[in-house]
Write a protein that binds this ligand. Structure first.
Ligand SMILES: [Zn+2]
Length: 264
């Protein structure tokens, strides 16, 4: 039998699909102001109460063939997709980081960023109820760490907001329209709080590259883009921030593969 330490190491992977299921509720209900605590308990089409077995992430969806047992309405792929995404984050966190504490922190950060990205992609909003606690959590974790990390995190939060604010203002002045929203600035503040100010340039660079690649891909796939097309930037900031956290807390095997030029 595996020692308890080994089990704890993989615990994030075990709970991740259930967390993903909850994150799905947050994504669906937070932007419309619905209650989250009540849970997903019935079919939205026929009102059939779901059995405990029908609430098991991913597996239940596969067993039911993606359809409601009561009315046959398609369940959609949203819940299995976000459950799998949450599980993927946990697997990567466990495999790539340098220990149990780092893995749990990578999961907490990753799951919050996943939720924010999904909401931003669907509604172009990054809700304060998620970004502000994320900033606070980053600051508190580095206060617990003490010393240099505390200062780096505080400067990072201020600089993350302020620097991007200045860039956004400059862009708005040159282009005559806003390129980044208030939510993007708060998300960059969270980036600074979690990673420290030193990694901000790398995250800004990587998120911009990801955004440009995504826009080019969308155009290649036939989507029309003009100067007026609005693209949610949150998912790219989120991806770059998470990569930055993984890089900062990478285990020895992964650390040797990272380019030192990006400041990792
Ligand atoms: Zn139904």
């Amino acid at each position: 039998m595996a020692p308890p330490g080994e089990f704890l190491r993989f615990a994030p992977v075990v709970v991740a699909p259930f967390i993903g299921s909850f994150l799905g509720l947050v994504v669906r209900r937070l932007p419309v102001g619905g209650k989250i605590v009540s849970g997903r308990s019935s079919c939205p089409h026929c009102g059939k109460t779901l059995s405990p077995l029908e609430l098991v992430p991913v597996v239940s969806w596969l067993l039911q063939g993606g359809k409601c047992r009561g009315c046959g309405a398609p369940l959609g792929s949203f819940y299995p997709a976000i459950e799998l995404a949450a599980a993927t984050i946990a697997v990567l966190a466990v495999l790539l980081t340098d220990g149990s504490d780092s893995a749990w922190l990578a999961c907490g950060l990753g799951w919050t960023l996943l939720t924010l990205s999904w909401i931003d992609a669907e509604t172009m909003l990054l809700p304060d109820v998620l970004t502000l606690p994320l900033i606070l959590a980053g600051l508190m974790i580095s206060i617990a760490g003490g010393g240099d990390s505390m200062l780096a995190s505080g400067i990072g939060a201020v600089l993350g907001y302020g620097l991007i604010w200045a860039v956004a203002r400059f862009y708005a002045w040159r282009a005559g329209r806003a390129g980044l929203g208030e939510g993007d600035l708060k998300l960059f503040a969270a980036t600074g709080a979690w990673l420290g100010w030193q990694l901000l340039p790398a995250v800004i660079f990587i998120s911009s590259v990801l955004g440009i690649v995504a826009a080019l891909l969308a155009m290649a796939l036939g989507r029309r883009m003009s100067r007026e097309t609005r693209i949610p930037f949150g998912p790219f900031i989120a991806a770059a921030t998470w990569l930055g956290f993984i890089a900062e807390h990478a285990n020895d095997t992964i650390a040797t593969l990272l380019p030192s030029t990006l400041g990792f």
